[in-house]
Design a protein around this ligand. Sequence first.
Ligand code: API
Length: 267
Amino acid sequence: MTPTTLTFHKYQGTGNDFVMLDDRNRQFDEHDSRLVRHLCDRHLGIGADGLILLRSHPEYDFEMVYFNADGFLGSMCGNGSRCTVAFAHYLGVIQEKATFQATDGLHEAHIDADGLVHLRMQDVHGQQDVEGHGVFLDTGSPHLIRFMPTSSLVDLNVFAEGRAIRYSELFRDKGTNVNFVETPVAADQPWQVRTYERGVEDETMSCGTGVTAVALAASRRGAVSPVHLRTRGGDLRVSFDARPDGSFTSVYLTGPAVRVFGGAIAL
Ligand SMILES: N[C@H](CCC[C@H](N)C(=O)O)C(=O)O
């Protein structure tokens, strides 16, 4: 029987916002990209950068299935993962610790006494310099990093600049997320990041896999773990161990994850 309303929860992590569905009984049709797009529509639906299904998993606490606002399955989502951990806690699926499956494999996470979610990312193997573009890293999602001159980020047209790179010949087929970064002028200041997201095809307030990629790329430019990053939607922290071979292990993304509201939408 087709339900006439769909119960949802709305979460945000540093302003990267998600429609969250309790899909433990696997009722949601993950091929219904039209419905996902509709639910993420800020005018006609609920409005979000993406939609996430929390599903039961035979071995781990849960599985996270992430869709971009364009309606299609995305790759790993760092802010969305932190929100899903908070949602699992809200539902009583976990206490403070979680293990869960995402598109890039197993993750572990915990919620600290301040409510911040610490999320372990996959190890990252290397980074490539992309001639004329910047540095490319895969932190579960593809990220291009472009380091910018001091004070240039505030007036940057991230939509136009990011879009031009994302649809350039090099990235057109698979797409990429694009992060613009300002190096802090003093060591106690945060690295500032603005991100154009593939699949949302717009600037978002924050991108978790993006700031993770930025922190790792910044470690080649003097940043020391834990790295403090500032997005338009708030602050995040990334810690890691850098290996001599250029890879990174024990990579953690830490930041807030907030339930904003819940409701039911007519279908
Ligand atoms: N906002 C997400 C990234 C989503 C990646 C998505 N845009 C894709 O490339 O499929 C994050 O916090 O990590």
